[in-house]
Ligand binder design. Structure first.
Ligand SMILES: CC(C)(COP(=O)(O)OP(=O)(O)OC[C@H]1O[C@@H](n2cnc3c(N)ncnc32)[C@H](O)[C@@H]1OP(=O)(O)O)[C@@H](O)C(=O)NCCC(=O)NCCS
Length: 145
């Protein structure tokens, strides 16, 4: 599995994979969000046999020290092989950031476990945050550099 910077032509494949992984409806208008980010943010893909099997989207924040991970996802057939770990490590390395911020939900157990393993700490729970009443969980990894 190779980790590479995403290119503009990857946008639609990434949007479709993200929708599948999060069990969301595919919305082709997401292209207007993803394309500029591919040019300007930290967007990487994990590729196996020419196919995108995982992706990450992260961007700069108000703080020059911190990067925010908006989305990370791995195709079900390729889970537990280190794709998300490698993608997160790549963002950490390439951005040179001192802090990675992300949010998730407690019910994404796989994700929370993985983030904790990678050194993220739970910093805040925003109760009843989403429309369906689920909580938003903020997690942060401090990188000592
Ligand atoms: C969360 C998600 C991105 C993880 O992706 P992944 O590529 O399977 O993640 P990794 O393989 O890096 O790590 C997952 C587990 O595999 C283990 N692992 C990593 N490399 C491994 C390897 N080479 N061999 C075996 N296991 C490995 C990790 O230690 C981790 O272990 P855990 O079960 O203790 O957590 C994926 O489950 C997903 O897309 N879920 C749906 C979307 C989602 O919830 N995204 C996050 C929302 S905040």
């Amino acid at each position: 599995m190779k980790i590479e910077r995403a290119r503009l032509r990857d946008a639609d494949e990434l949007i479709k994979l993200e929708a599948k992984c999060f069990k969301m409806r595919y919305d082709r208008d997401f292209i207007y969000f993803w394309k500029p980010l591919i040019l300007d943010a930290y967007v990487y893909k994990a590729v196996e046999d020419g196919k995108i099997v995982a992706g990450i989207l992260a961007f700069a924040t108000r703080s020059p020290r911190a990067v925010y991970v908006d989305s990370v996802f791995t195709s079900t057939a390729f889970r537990h092989r280190g794709a998300a770990t490698k993608l997160l490590e790549r963002v950490e390395r390439d951005s040179g950031c001192q802090k990675i911020i992300l949010d998730t939900m407690n019910q994404f157990r796989e994700a929370v476990k993985l983030y904790e393993k990678l050194g993220f700490k739970k910093v805040k729970v925003l109760r009843d945050y989403y429309e369906d009443g689920t909580d938003r969980l903020l997690m942060v990894k401090e990188i000592g550099r």
